[in-house]
Write a protein that binds this ligand. Structure first.
Ligand code: IMP
Length: 179
């Protein structure tokens, strides 16, 4: 385990099982459709890659970069689009792929934007859900694992752009971000 991590919350094996389970569920729920997976960069990258390989459908993948953090450990509340989609989502069945839902500010903003742009349906697949952090009522449709209120890193999740490459999700030691 990395020296800055106090506890592993989701192991590599558990992540693998989550991708298999959610992949099967999405394959069943979207049978006969050609969904568009939209990954929210950068945290979605490992999850998008592993989850999409477990979905047995003709699907498209696109990415968007949004940010609500400014190097700290809490959401600023304002969602900025840093890089927009390069395709139209009009009449598409969209599945947003997220690393974690915390306050839900990011996801609710993007869902509303996609509906405004004419998507046929918009659902969310998130690796992690942190319901204790919510500032508004929202529940994602597909959740890998519900976790307690802690700042976690790894498997795409960062602190100040570091730790995204850890193969598991772990709790970051508070002394690291309190420095
Ligand atoms: P929300 O808008 O507060 O739901 O936050 C969503 C985004 O905040 C996620 O996509 C992450 O980029 C980031 N985030 C929230 N909680 C954590 C965490 O525990 N570790 C790392 N990033 C987080």
């Amino acid at each position: 385990m990395h020296k800055d991590i106090s506890e592993i919350l989701v192991s590599q094996q558990e992540i693998d099982d989550i991708c298999t389970t959610l992949g099967k569920q999405l394959t069943k729920d979207y049978e006969g459709k050609n969904p568009l997976l939209v990954g929210l960069l950068k945290g979605c990258v490992p999850f998008m890659s592993d989850l999409s390989k477990k979905i047995d459908l003709k699907l498209e993948q696109a990415y968007m970069s949004v940010s609500s953090y400014h190097g700290g450990i809490s959401s600023s509340g304002n969602v900025n689009i840093k890089m927009d989609l390069d395709i139209s989502i009009q009449d598409r069945d969209v599945i947003i792929v997220e690393d974690i839902v915390d306050t839900a500010n990011t996801i609710v903003t993007i869902i509303n934007l996609f509906k405004h742009r004419g998507a046929k349906s918009v659902k969310v697949a998130t690796l992690l859900d942190k319901p204790a952090g919510r500032t508004q009522t929202y529940e994602p449709e597909y959740v890998g694992k519900t976790i307690p209120k802690a700042f976690v890193v790894g498997y795409g999740l960062d602190f100040d752009e570091y730790y995204r490459n850890l193969p598991y999700v772990g709790i970051l030691k508070p002394e690291v971000y309190k420095k």
